[in-house]
Write a protein that binds this ligand. Sequence first.
Ligand code: CDT
Length: 300
Amino acid sequence: MSRILTVGGAQLGPIAPDESRESAVARMIELLHEAKARGCGLVVFPEMALSTFFPRYYEEDISKMDRFYEREMPNDAVRPLFEAAEKADIAFYLGYCELTPDGHRFNTAILVDKGKIVGKYRKVHLPGHAEYDPNRPWQHLEKRYFEPGDLGWPVWRCRDGVMGMGLCNDRRWPETYRVMALKGVELTMFGYNTPDRNTAAPEPNHLRMYHNHLVMQAGAYQNSCFVVGVAKAGIEDGCMLIGGSCIVQPSGEIIALASTLEDELIVANCDLDLAKMGKETVFNFAKHRRIEHYGIISSQ
Ligand code: CDT
């Protein structure tokens, strides 16, 4: 028995502050065409894939940043991506900034299949700070521009597998993977925008990539699922974002890895049945977890 899903990780190079949504969408459609040619049934795009990573800029009046948010999905600029994916028979994950009709702002990802949104996730772990920090070379104001997600971590049946979503900083937290694993997730997707420097504390730069892979490989292994992590990479308005987009199998091994900081498609044939093995043996949660000792995790 095997359930092969060919998965594409569609890394994007930088998006300049003045680059239009239409241009970003055209770049994604090009990667989608390559994904079709390489047999993909699912493509993962980055976090905030329609714009530059604007939380690096401080703005006193948050509404002045409205141009970076989507009020409806799909809208006219993004509809060509929905249509191209439907035509190519490819499901996709897309990260974008959401402004709801009642004025709430979320860092959001959607899972789209056959022209319809089948799943929505709003980023729970918002890194950074809410007020201007004069000690940083650039800001990381996600806590200013977004509210913590209010949807938890649902999972969705899609393409004959059980799919889950997180966004960027979520990948560093074991709870993210475990909540979805308890719901049977087989493939977890993360888009990310990760500056290559930790501006909050001194840290050797190489640790940024090491930790990027460490957390996703550990998350995949300990929860017996595939993990797909996809970067927006390269120098965005003077700020270097790491690449390192990867597909990790449930053993924790990386089976596809980006080699550039540009638009690049990575592809792996993922046998979703591989996720079953761990779930039935070492990580058989029902058999081996000792929840009587885990209370502190949910109460503090
Ligand atoms: N986008 C995002 O969540 N980036 C963070 C940067 C952390 S530094 C404030 C990340 O975890 O990669």
